[in-house]
Ligand binder design. Structure first.
Ligand code: NAD
Length: 698
């Protein structure tokens, strides 16, 4: 049901329409009706000389209600365009009183008013492009009439939010006030009604630019190069260009046409999906908002290696004091100077002010003694991936830490239930799986062990927002959500290599699909030795397990990836470019001969389908087992942790857009031609069910 009301009252001779639809005053259907009713009442009341539209406590308006996008109510009359027309055609002047956020449809409505008054702290913007859209209620036609073509293009193409004061002095704002918005807007409305005979409509202003053709040619080149997989930025330009070339009515027709095309585009659907996915992620479905959150005022990081350092930087950046622990003073000293260096690099790159860097470093201490951890609120363990090492540490933590301290492990593969059992407080144990580099990567998998208490889980999820991470809850399994799936993806890449594709073809095909880097480059980055160690353990446990002969030989040659400057590619010192190494291609040929494989030509389409559907099938199992709470959580893991292309919305959303029965049929086709690995393509139970019912994951 649509919510939101527009309160109508008359203050002397001024009608005041107050938008009230928490939390952001989105223009729901009922709010739109309320605004039109308010304007009609003001028009019909002979005592009213002007109207002020103002937001309640939640800012002016953040625009369209995107929860309505998939519903019929979004187009139900009056739509926003019609509301704005009613305002613009009102015979009595209408003043927008802008405080807080005035975004998207909110700004479009304000542009339809005859005057705009803004208060300090107000923010303006047309962020539709971030959802793969263009403004659809006249924004692309009215904004250039007030701020000029170039500024309008900048604002609309970038979708940035700008403080209102930056428009003070431009035509966009008629008055800028420091405080008392409502009173001053009402007073302003009284004055314009008394002293002006006519009240100009923005639509009647000319659009002026000296050399529009040259400007748009330049803008198209710039935007085209940056927009890549997203059509919306170019359509923004097209719409603004229409404001220059055509009449207002024709321009709005162009805008509407482009908006409609984008609304049904795959890219916009993906972006809208991710907008909601991000809001759902980080919420435990079975835990209420009322659970008491533990206060985190200090953190200890155990292990001052790659991950420990990145985790420490993350907390320090968020203003949370950190004590870092390791076994040798030397290791601690190296970690301290590496952390300092990272902050200094940020200062050099002007990403951080030097006083902020100093402040962060002042909050960092190091110690060899566990007793120094007795008062911390949270410990994150990031030592070697070895259960016996972790056991020793959790025993110590249990002995020294105060009651209520949250004990988290950054393990990527070990069983968290076992780790929790090393303590007498399994309810306080949780997984905090950061991704490398921990101070850069946005994803945090929060692992809920068997006995993790709801308040511990909720505390970590809330903390994730404070340290600017996007958290996703995962249950306990080998590799959790992300790494468990990536194993299947990499396996397919290896099988494709066996069968005849080249390393470069496989990486190239997946990069063309949009992955930030192909699987072989990814393995080189992560370190080939890690997967090799796991494989050797599995070979020992199960001698019948098929060998990945090429990958094994690569590791036997010490080609561990970027860290040894040699892997699937070769690397030059201090450079990241992956250079083709003919030696590896020769090795591939040799191993194919050893395996008596007659290589075949494989199309890029097959490469993409096999690797991505491998992710999808494992994702379906993860969902079915309840390891992930929602398909959209899996999408978030892949977007933020594995460089999955944003315009495809994540692996599960991508499979939904292809159609699950089509995905299943393709997998069956692969099974028929996969010989000994046919079992890989057995569709997950959930995929079977949804495909049969014509349903989707999301
Ligand atoms: P690392 O080898 O770089 O660092 C481990 C650190 O732990 C070393 O400084 C070592 O001296 C210290 N350490 C060992 N035993 C200790 C003890 N008893 N007390 C205190 N310190 C001790 O390892 P890393 O790559 O930072 O990985 C750490 C953890 O993070 C592992 O569990 C790993 O699985 C996980 N992880 C790693 C990555 C990654 O990409 N490197 C990503 C996610 C999670």
């Amino acid at each position: 049901m649509s919510s939101g009301v527009a309160r109508y009252e008359v203050q002397g001779t001024i009608a005041v329409i107050t938008l009230c639809n928490p939390p952001v005053n989105a223009f729901s259907h009922s709010l739109r009706i309320g605004i039109v009713d308010g304007i009609d009442r003001a028009e019909g009341d002979p005592h009213v000389v002007a109207t002020v539209i103002i937001g309640d406590d939640f800012g002016f308006s953040a625009g369209a209600d995107i929860t309505e996008f998939e519903m019929t109510s979004v187009t139900a009359e009056p739509n926003l365009r019609e509301v704005i027309e009613v305002i613009e055609n009102s015979t009595k002047p209408v003043v927008a009183a802008i405080g807080g956020n005035c975004l998207g449809g909110g700004l479009e409505l304000a542009l339809g008013c005859h005057y705009r008054v803004a208060v300090a702290g107000a923010k303006l913007g047309l962020p539709e492009v971030k959802l793969g859209l263009i403004p659809g209620a006249g924004g692309t036609q009215r904004l250039p009439r007030l701020v000029g073509v170039e500024t309008a293009c900048n604002l609309i193409v970038s979708g940035v939010t700008t403080p209102a004061e930056q428009f003070w002095g431009a035509q966009l704002l008629n008055l800028f006030v420091e405080e008392r918005l409502r009173e001053q807007a009402v007073e302003f409305a009284r004055l314009v009604a008394a002293h002006r005979k006519t009240h100009r409509r923005v639509r009647d202003l000319p659009v002026v630019h000296e050399k529009p053709e040259a400007f748009f040619l330049f803008a198209r080149n710039m935007v085209g190069a940056m927009a890549k997989n997203f059509p919306a930025p170019m359509k923004c330009l097209e719409a603004v260009q229409a404001s220059v070339k055509r009449s207002f009515d024709e321009g709005t027709r162009v805008e509407r046409q482009l908006f409609g095309e984008l609304m049904i585009s795959d890219e916009s659907r993906a972006l809208r999906h991710l907008f909601f996915a991000e809001r759902y992620a980080g919420k435990a479905a079975d835990i209420g908002e009322d659970v008491r959150i533990r206060e985190i005022k200090s953190v200890a990081v155990v292990g001052a290696g790659t991950m420990g350092r990145g985790i420490a930087i993350t907390f320090l950046t968020a203003g949370i004091p950190v004590v870092i622990v390791d076994t040798e003073q030397d290791t601690l000293d190296r970690a301290m100077s590496a952390i300092r260096q990272t902050f200094e690099d940020q200062v050099t790159k002007r990403k951080l002010k030097s006083d902020k860097a100093e402040k962060s470093m002042a909050m960092l201490t190091s110690t060899l003694a566990y007793k120094d951890l007795k008062d911390v609120d949270l410990v994150i363990e990031a030592v070697f991936e070895d259960l016996s090492v972790k056991e020793a540490i959790f025993l110590k933590l249990d002995a020294v830490c105060k009651q209520g301290t949250i004990l988290a492990s950054n393990t990527s593969t070990l069983n968290l239930n076992k780790i929790a059992k090393f303590t007498k407080r399994p309810q306080d144990v949780v997984g905090a799986h950061f991704f490398s580099p921990a101070n850069v990567m946005k994803l945090l998998e929060v692992i809920r062990a068997e006995h993790t208490s709801p308040d511990v889980l909720s505390t970590l999820l809330k903390l994730a927002r404070r340290i600017k991470k996007t958290a996703v809850v995962s249950g306990v399994c080998d590799g959790f959500i992300g790494n468990r799936m990536i194993k299947q993806y990499v396996l397919q890449a290896m099988l494709l290599l066996n069968e005849g594709s080249s390393i470069q073809q496989i990486d190239g095909a997946l990069e063309k699909f949009g992955m930030a880097m192909g699987p072989f480059k990814m393995c080189d980055l992560a370190g080939n030795d890690i997967a090799w160690a796991i494989r050797r353990r599995l070979y020992a446990e199960d001698p019948a397990m098929p060998r990945l002969a090429i990958a094994d030989r690569l590791c036997e040659m010490g080609r561990f990836g970027q860290k040894s400057n040699l892997g699937w590619y070769r690397y030059e010192a201090n450079r990241r470019d992956a250079l083709v190494d003919p030696l590896v291609n020769e090795l591939v040929r040799e191993e194919r001969n050893n395996m008596a494989i007659i290589s075949r030509a494989i199309a890029d389409e097959e490469i993409v389908q096999r690797c991505i559907y491998a992710l999808v099938n494992e994702g379906a199992r993860i969902l079915d087992e309840g390891i992930a709470q929602r398909a959209s959580d899996i999408d978030i893991v892949y977007i933020y942790g594995y460089g999955f292309p944003v315009h495809r919305g994540g692996p599960m959303f991508f499979a939904d857009s292809v159609g699950l029965s089509s995905v299943k049929r393709t997998m069956q086709r692969f099974a028929e031609t996969s010989g000994p690995t046919a079992g890989f393509w057995k569709p997950a139970r959930l995929l079977e069910i949804l495909a049969a019912q014509g349903k989707t994951f999301n």
